[in-house]
Design a binder for this molecule. Structure first.
Ligand SMILES: Cc1cc2nc3c(=O)[nH]c(=O)nc-3n(C[C@H](O)[C@H](O)[C@H](O)COP(=O)(O)O)c2cc1C
Length: 191
């Protein structure tokens, strides 16, 4: 944690393993919202992170270096924005796997994501899967002791709102996603 006198750090985590990820595009819009109100932002793209599978029998030092780097980025964050595509009615395996690695924060003082604030976004084809996936992320936040921003955004049929280059074309969605980043930082400023 930065201690709120320092610059607030917001880390985005998500996307998909696909080269062109709409989930990554929506996440970037919300991160820009957090930046607009003074936060230092960083994107952790699941594809770039390229994490191995979490296995409870493997010690941290036995994993490749990128796992510790990932955990330290999470530790340094005051707030996070998580964005997952809906896969088969819930969050993607890649996202869940990344979050499973947060078990290594169990013995931190304070443990897991205590005192951190998390914003939640999903993308999906249909609304039921998008909402279910948001709820799944919310449950994980509870388990990891994080505070959740009340504005949660399931983006349904995200492909309608972005151009070929992944730029957002829908002003209303842009406003909502930006607001999520702003609300997250606002909450952190009042912690
Ligand atoms: C393996 C797989 C499973 C999916 N399952 C669902 C689903 O159950 N419900 C749904 O609405 N969309 C589903 N989708 C659609 C994705 O959630 C949607 O296209 C999402 O925006 C893709 O994100 P991305 O561009 O970041 O990869 C699925 C897509 C894939 C590839």
């Amino acid at each position: 944690m930065s201690g709120r006198n320092e610059k607030i750090k917001v880390v985005g985590l998500g996307g998909s393993l696909g080269k062109k990820s709409l989930t990554l595009s929506v996440l970037n819009v919300s991160l820009q919202g957090a930046k607009q109100v003074g936060a230092e932002v960083e994107l952790l793209d699941l594809r770039e992170l390229s994490l191995p599978f979490y296995n409870p029998e493997i010690k941290l030092e036995e994993y490749p270096e990128n796992v510790s780097r990932f955990l330290n980025k999470v530790r340094e964050a005051d707030g996070m924005i998580w964005a997952s595509p809906a896969y088969h009615g819930t969050i993607s395996g890649a996202m869940k796997n990344a979050l499973d690695f947060l078990e290594f924060l169990a013995k931190d003082q304070p443990p897991y994501l205590t005192d951190k604030v998390v914003g939640l976004i999903t993308t999906s084809g249909g609304s039921l899967a998008g909402v279910n996936a948001i709820n799944a992320l919310n449950h994980i936040c509870q388990a990891l002791r994080a505070w959740v921003v009340p504005l949660m955004i399931p983006v349904i049929q995200a492909w309608k709102f972005f151009d070929e280059e992944g730029r957002i074309t829908d002003p209303l969605l842009e406003e909502r996603l930006t607001l999520l980043g702003i609300e997250l930082v606002k909450k952190l400023k009042h912690c």
